[in-house]
Design a protein around this ligand. Structure first.
Ligand code: C6P
Length: 410
């Protein structure tokens, strides 16, 4: 692993002060900061190679096409897709999941079939399935979590049945940090004849992704949560599904022949990429993958596990603080939600912000989970590979002062 100093030197945003205090950025599950390598790659593309890909035969057009397709190849290798034709660029994980819902869900799911979601799903992997269920007369069923915030096998066996047409589940919860045993869940769902859509938005920056080993039918993620730019995301889909699905959006480049009344569609992956794509984003995402691979995801995970374990210990020293999620770093990612008794999470976020500490408060776009937990909102800290134990100490010290700041005795 590169030294921590070398890693932090890649992130200009981390060197700034806010309210005269060094920025401590602990909102990485929302979005990560951007390394210089990614900033440079995006800028160089705009300065030297900016053109509309797959359209112009001129020099810049060819360069833009090459960069765009190289980025696709890099993504395919990064997630171990069998072919880069199975990699579709979208604007984010949300669009990728909507693509599957609109295209696969609306054409393949029938009345009375069941769609299974986990109760911890982010709205982006929940609301589109509500739409499909309503439109098709299908039934939504939920996998509920055990008291230790894990998914028990008995729950999987109870909810996923022969009636299940599709399971949509995140690899890592953006609220609890739980990493679900997806390999087993997917294999079980396949035995029952269901396809599985994996929301990898939170897991991709922290765990090695291997869509073939996982045997996922679809896998969605966003560039901006893995050190890449905003506005670029990925949908991986098994070729057999993508070929059988109708297009999602219609327009330029996703066509083969257009006649006055009918159209035939382009081959994969272009069938699902209507309109001018975000080449700059794809180039930035490729640079982010290079950055992560230079460090190695194995080392990233080991380092972040250390931070998570340390933070879980330190947070438990804060009086009146309750953690929502497993207290052991094993089987979870670097996302920790908590509440401070008597303090609204937004007040907590505002008070620690005045110490230069960025954390997130709210329902984290997971309202059904919040209802299930009986907590309207939580505070959440989440780590990236540039965070440090000193930053965790500073956050914990700041949290210890919050209750007094709000007028509680201690
Ligand atoms: N979660 C968070 O602070 P987009 O916005 O499309 O890049 O990602 C959506 C998304 C999908 N699935 C999961 C598990 C996610 O965590 C997110 C984004 C951010 O938790 C913003 S709400």
């Amino acid at each position: 692993m590169l030294s921590l100093d070398a890693i932090r030197a890649q992130f200009p945003a981390l060197t700034q002060k806010v309210y005269g205090k060094p920025l401590i950025y602990l909102d990485n599950a929302a979005t990560t900061q951007t390394p210089i390598d990614v900033l440079v790659a995006c800028r160089e593309y705009k300065e030297k190679s900016n053109a509309n890909p797959h359209r112009g035969a001129h020099y810049l057009g060819v360069q833009a096409t090459t960069l765009y397709e190289n980025a696709r190849n890099k993504v395919a290798k990064f997630i171990n897709a069998a072919s880069s034709q199975e990699v579709i660029f979208t604007k984010n994980a949300t669009e990728a999941l909507n693509l599957v819902a609109y295209s696969y869900g609306m054409s393949k799911i029938s009345q009375d079939e069941e769609i299974v979601l986990c109760i911890s799903e982010h709205h982006s992997n929940l609301v589109p399935w509500q739409m499909v269920a309503k439109a098709k007369g299908a039934k939504l069923r939920y996998l509920y979590l055990a008291d230790d915030y894990t998914l028990s096998w008995s729950e999987v066996e109870k909810v996923i049945t022969e009636k299940t047409a599709l399971v949509a589940i995140a690899q890592m919860s953006n609220v609890l940090g739980t990493v679900y045993p997806l390999k087993d869940v997917i294999s079980y769902a396949h035995e029952k004849g269901a396809v599985v859509v994996v929301d990898g938005a939170q897991s991709v920056p922290h765990l090695q992704t291997d869509v073939q080993a996982l045997d996922a039918d679809f896998f969605a993620f966003s560039g901006h949560k893995m050190y890449g730019p905003m506005g670029i995301g990925v949908l991986y889909g098994k070729r057999e599904h993508l070929e059988a699905m109708p297009p999602f959006l219609r327009g330029g480049e996703m066509v083969e022949y257009v006649e006055e009344q009918v159209t035939t569609f382009n081959e994969l992956p272009y069938k699902f990429e209507a309109g001018t794509p975000n080449v700059e984003g794809a180039v930035g995402l490729a640079a982010a993958i290079d950055f992560l691979e230079k460090i190695s995801l194995e080392d990233v995970k080991a380092y972040e596990d250390g931070l998570t374990s340390y933070a879980l210990g330190k947070l438990q020293e804060v009086p009146y603080l309750k953690i929502y999620g497993a207290l052991d770093a094993k089987g979870r990612g670097p996302v920790i939600s908590f509440s401070l008794e008597g303090c609204h999470p937004h007040d907590v976020a505002t008070i620690v912000d005045s110490d230069g500490i960025a954390l997130r408060a709210g329902h984290h776009c997971a309202q059904p989970l919040m209802r299930y937990l009986g907590a309207p909102a939580t505070s959440r800290i989440s780590f990236a590979l540039y965070n440090t134990k000193d930053e965790i100490d500073a956050c914990v010290a700041s949290l210890k002062g919050v209750r007094r700041w709000l007028g509680h005795g201690s």
